[in-house]
Design a protein around this ligand. Structure first.
Ligand code: DCM
Ligand code: DCM
Ligand code: DCM
Ligand code: ZN
Ligand code: ZN
Length: 271
């Protein structure tokens, strides 16, 4: 996701974590405001192109070598590179966050990575190899040229709230509060319980792999239902947007709700 998606995921998570969890992470992140998660949600993107942060570049995605639209699927052995992927990164940084023997600065960094990568794994094109997760597919969105990856990361989420140019944190908080209501008492009330099934702190790899498979499945059904070649050069701002927006919405909601549950599990283990 772009910054707006990540900040929204973080605000949703802050709405659901227990008060113990909030205290723990406000202490670790040295931020006692309601923005303690939102404020670090895009940090991982800010360091990925720096010299020291280059090793984290593959941690934002997993390149599933499936063949949409006929067959979607993630195979950890096949798809997680030696240098790592979003599934191994969630495992690594969850483990490091739980490791009381590490310096606090290392656990702080691990927390910032977790907040970011639990968001990214819910973006369907972060769970797909085709054209580097859609980066190599040129399209237009409301008649402006973008690549397909950017459309899903940024154009669709921002269009859903009518644009975020002026105050991204304010807009993200507003959207997060709306999705929080949908989870608590609205259209996601009945399904949200099932979103937490299978989340197991003693097996972060299997937990994250299930999240990646769910995101990846949308590549076949919604991102490119007629395959990559049928998308190239298309205008995606109208009918395509109408089918994609509900998927973006549910994936952002899930990411925030799952991040809260994951942070709760971590905080109750370390406390
Ligand atoms: N890792 C890293 N930098 C290091 C050591 C490890 O980025 N100095 C990454 C690579 C793996 C993950 O962390 O994806 C797990 O590493 P390890 O095998 O050290 O547990
Ligand atoms: N590192 C990481 N994952 C690991 C091990 C290390 O991301 N499993 C990163 C974070 C540390 C840096 O590598 O700041 C150096 O780690 P070390 O001091 O263990 O070499
Ligand atoms: N990305 C991805 N899969 C890839 C390569 C990149 O999901 N195989 C993501 C990471 C960024 C975006 O696409 O969110 C743009 O990446 P880059 O700036 O590396 O082109
Ligand atoms: Zn992306
Ligand atoms: Zn990212």
């Amino acid at each position: 996701w772009g910054g707006f998606g990540h900040i929204t995921v973080a605000y949703i998570a802050s709405n659901f974590v227990s008060s113990n969890t909030a205290s723990y992470f406000q202490g670790l992140l040295r931020n006692g405001t309601q923005d303690y998660l939102a404020g670090v949600a895009t940090w991982a993107d800010s360091i990925r192109y720096t010299k020291w942060g280059k090793f984290t570049e593959p941690f934002h995605f997993i390149d599933a070598k499936d063949s949409p639209p006929d067959s979607c699927g993630v195979d950890l052995k096949r798809d997680c590179k030696e240098a790592g992927c979003v599934v191994s990164a969630i495992h690594n940084y969850t483990t490091r966050l739980l490791d009381a023997g590490l310096r606090e600065s290392e656990r702080l960094m691990a927390a910032k990575f977790i907040v970011h990568f639990v968001g990214d794994i819910h973006q369907p094109l972060h769970d797909e190899d085709v054209a580097r997760g859609g980066n190599g597919i040129q399209v237009t969105f409301d008649h402006v040229a973008f690549n397909l990856h950017h459309v899903w990361d940024t154009s669709i989420p921002e269009k859903m709230v009518g644009g975020v140019r002026k105050h991204p944190f304010v807009e993200a908080k507003r959207w997060a509060d709306e999705l929080t209501r949908e989870i608590k008492s609205g259209k996601f009330k009945s399904s949200s319980h099932s979103w937490l099934k299978g989340a197991d702190l003693s097996d972060p790899t299997s937990t994250a792999l299930a999240w990646a498979r769910e995101g990846n499945a949308y590549v076949c059904t919604t991102v490119m239902p007629q395959g990559p070649d049928a998308i190239r050069g298309q205008e995606l701002g109208a009918d395509y947007y109408d089918s994609a927006a509900p998927v973006v919405e549910v994936q952002i909601a899930k990411a925030g709700y799952r991040l809260a549950a994951w942070l709760d599990k971590i905080a109750s283990r370390v406390n």
